[in-house]
Design a protein around this ligand. Structure first.
Ligand code: ASP
Length: 450
């Protein structure tokens, strides 16, 4: 018994989550096949599977507000050097913002064209949604979404009372800016912090850094529960929907991967050619090592040392530029993550049959861009933000159970896109500052050597 437990605990987390997915899915499908509609199955879902899934989700919910505040504030405050670096900072920020906008747009277009979340029996989807979101909560959301003009949606991003927005960020009936307003407040706070005399703010910065560390630790606790939470959430969903869910999941993975591929090899190739004046083939060949490390670690932060070394040695980006752009980019420039978030939220909205209005879709795009800044460059760093964005547009956060099981592979791919974006940005900044990049492929090691 003890040995068995040791074996399970020794498995890497992604493996355990995958096992959780497989077990939950198999049992859910079996239950759907054998006992759909039986009262005992409904009771089992209501009293066992649902609460277990909720424990996992709530552990994530409870840290999201402090996480966003700490991550965004620190992310921007680190730009304090912006003033010193002036042009380089402005170029980096401009690149990050506009390229992230492109990536989210690609994702949103794809998900609207392919509509991967459709294809399940609408009655079943509706029943599922009914059971996950209470009717009182839903009605006003629908009304609110219909009634709110886009000008107000945009104005509400600037909070009157950020504490109210924070307190009601999960309340689907709330008509203010909610999460987006909290994000805005954190950005402004970060900007002001960066512009204030360091001797007066050192303690505050240290405290926010401490807050960030503690919050990351709590996410660690939640992730330890993830295999069980995922099993419970996917059981709930597959027991209700049956085999339809497999096709839907495959389409979702396909859409995310297609979007990431277009961005990685289409958009970046054009940008590298136009902005860094370098052959995309040479560029990708030179940064292979970075892509491999990003893919295998699923962490922009863990890839940073490799990215710094390779861009200096192989691409010839000067150290003062790569140091600034890549460090900042590893948390603040996450094109792949933003694309993934946009696709996932809209996919789950389709999946649960929640019609998002145009203002709500704009809200998802904006949040995905900001989430690209607020996401920690660690494996699964974007998941807490997805949960929050889902909730704020009235899509059941339980949907995370649908995607978590396949998240590792998507994480590997989006991290590769994130880091490639940082390096492309460094190459662009170096080039625009008048440095020659190293385009020669002589003395390049073969793939076997990297
Ligand atoms: N793993 C990603 C990164 O480090 C973040 C995420 O999307 O979860 O870049």
């Amino acid at each position: 018994m003890t040995r068995q437990r040791g074996f399970w605990a020794r498995q890497p987390l992604p493996t355990r989550i995958l096992v959780g997915l497989a077990v939950g899915l198999t049992l859910g499908l079996l239950a759907n096949l054998l006992a759909a509609g039986e009262p005992w199955l409904d009771s089992f879902i209501a009293y066992v599977a649902y609460p277990i899934g909720q424990i996992f989700l709530r552990l994530i919910f409870m840290i999201v507000i402090p996480l966003i505040f700490a991550a965004l504030t620190l992310g921007v405050a680190e730009l304090g050097d912006l003033r010193r670096l002036g042009r380089i900072g402005a170029k980096t920020f401009g690149f990050a913002f506009s390229v992230t906008l492109i990536s989210v747009t690609i994702g949103v277009l794809l998900v609207n064209v392919v509509r991967p979340g459709e294809g399940i029996d609408p009655a079943a989807a509706d029943a599922l949604r009914q059971s996950l979101v209470s009717a009182e909560a839903r009605r006003p959301v629908e009304q609110a979404a219909e009634a709110k003009p886009i000008v107000d949606t945009l104005l509400d991003i600037i909070p009157r009372n950020p504490l109210e927005d924070a307190a009601r960020a999960f309340d689907p009936t709330y008509r203010g800016g909610g999460l987006l307003a909290v994000m805005f407040f954190s950005l402004i706070f970060g900007v002001a912090l960066a512009l204030t005399d360091r001797t007066r703010t050192a303690g505050l910065v240290a405290a926010i850094e401490g807050l960030y560390e503690v919050v990351m630790r709590i996410i660690g606790f939640a992730m330890r529960l993830a295999p069980y939470g995922v099993a419970a959430l996917i059981f709930t969903i597959s027991a209700r929907l049956g085999f339809d869910i497999l096709g839907v999941l495959a389409k979702y993975v396909g859409v995310v991967l297609a979007g990431l591929l277009i961005h990685q090899f289409g958009v970046y190739s054009i940008l590298v050619r136009l902005l860094a004046r370098m052959s995309p083939l040479v560029f990708f060949r030179k940064i292979r090592e970075i892509m491999i490390v990003a893919f295998s670690t699923s962490s922009s932060n863990a890839t940073l040392p490799t990215a710094l070394r390779v861009s200096e040695e192989r691409l010839g980006v000067p150290r003062h530029i790569s140091g600034f752009v890549l460090t900042l980019g590893s948390t603040a420039n996450q094109n792949g993550t933003a694309l993934f978030e946009g696709v996932t939220v809209l996919f789950l909205a389709q999946f649960f049959g929640v019609d998002l209005t145009i203002p709500q879709q704009v809200q998802v795009v904006l949040m995905s861009i900001l989430a690209g800044i607020g996401t920690a460059g660690v494996p699964g760093g974007s998941l807490p933000l997805i949960v929050l964005v889902l909730q704020s547009v009235g899509v059941p956060a339980e949907g995370i159970g649908v995607i978590l099981g396949v998240d590792r592979i998507l994480d590997m791919c989006r991290t590769t896109v994130n880091v490639t974006g940082d390096v492309a940005c460094a190459a662009f900044v170096a080039r625009s500052e008048g440095y020659e990049l190293n385009s020669s492929t002589d003395n390049e090691p073969g793939l076997a050597e990297v």
